[in-house]
Unconditional design. Structure first.
Length: 205
């Protein structure tokens, strides 16, 4: 029984140690990232709210802007204060994808985006995520590129304009931003693949 107690105690200590290790990574930037994830279902709720859609849209717009600002702030704070963690490296891009893809799916269901447009955007995210996963297994770190950052900014601006749904002459601006977002999505995908061909050629895929 003493051996059982000792092994149980050791197992408990390991669990507590891993728990503390995880909790130690929940710093301010990671809290902002988690806030962005939490805001996603709230944003979707107001975007698809059946009653008084204008009020719901404005609330959704405010939530999306706040969530987008956390995307900018968490990275700035983490780099400035040396608070970069493995948890943040994993969750930050995931939170971005959840926010942007959820918004585009909502806009598609509301008839403001074509299905093929949303499919291209989401397909790009799946391809890059798969690329990163295989690269990680091969010991290769794929850093975020400027094209990827431009792509994210263009998509967020597009989503804000579409949520506002101002119409009239703004339709031309909306179309220009949509085309730009689509081009940057494709360019950033090609850029990622071209710069990381070793992931494929090294036998990782």
């Amino acid at each position: 029984m003493s051996n059982l107690r000792r092994s149980g105690y050791q197992r408990s200590k390991r669990i507590q140690g891993s728990s503390k290790g995880f909790l130690s990574q929940i710093n301010l930037p990671n809290k902002l990232t988690l806030l962005r994830v939490i805001l996603v279902p709230v944003f979707v709720l107001f975007m698809l709210w059946p009653m008084n859609s204008n009020v719901g849209r404005y609330i959704a717009l405010a939530i999306f802007i706040v969530a987008s600002l956390t995307d900018f702030l968490d990275g700035q704070i983490a780099r400035r204060n040396n608070l970069v963690t493995n948890f943040g490296k994993f969750m930050d891009p995931l939170a971005d994808k959840l926010l942007v893809c959820s918004a585009m799916i909502c806009l598609q269901s509301l008839g403001q985006l074509k299905a093929w447009f949303v499919i291209i955007i989401i397909a790009r995210e799946f391809i890059i995520s798969g690329f990163r996963l295989v690269a990680s297994d091969a010991g290769i770190v794929i850093a975020a590129s400027y094209w990827g950052k431009f792509k994210t900014v263009s998509q967020m601006v597009m989503i804000i304009l579409l949520i506002l749904n101002l119409g009239g002459p703004f339709e031309v601006i909306n179309n220009i931003v949509m085309i730009l977002a689509l081009i940057l999505t494709i360019v950033s995908l090609v850029d990622y693949i071209a710069k990381n061909l070793e992931v494929i050629t090294s036998g990782g895929m």
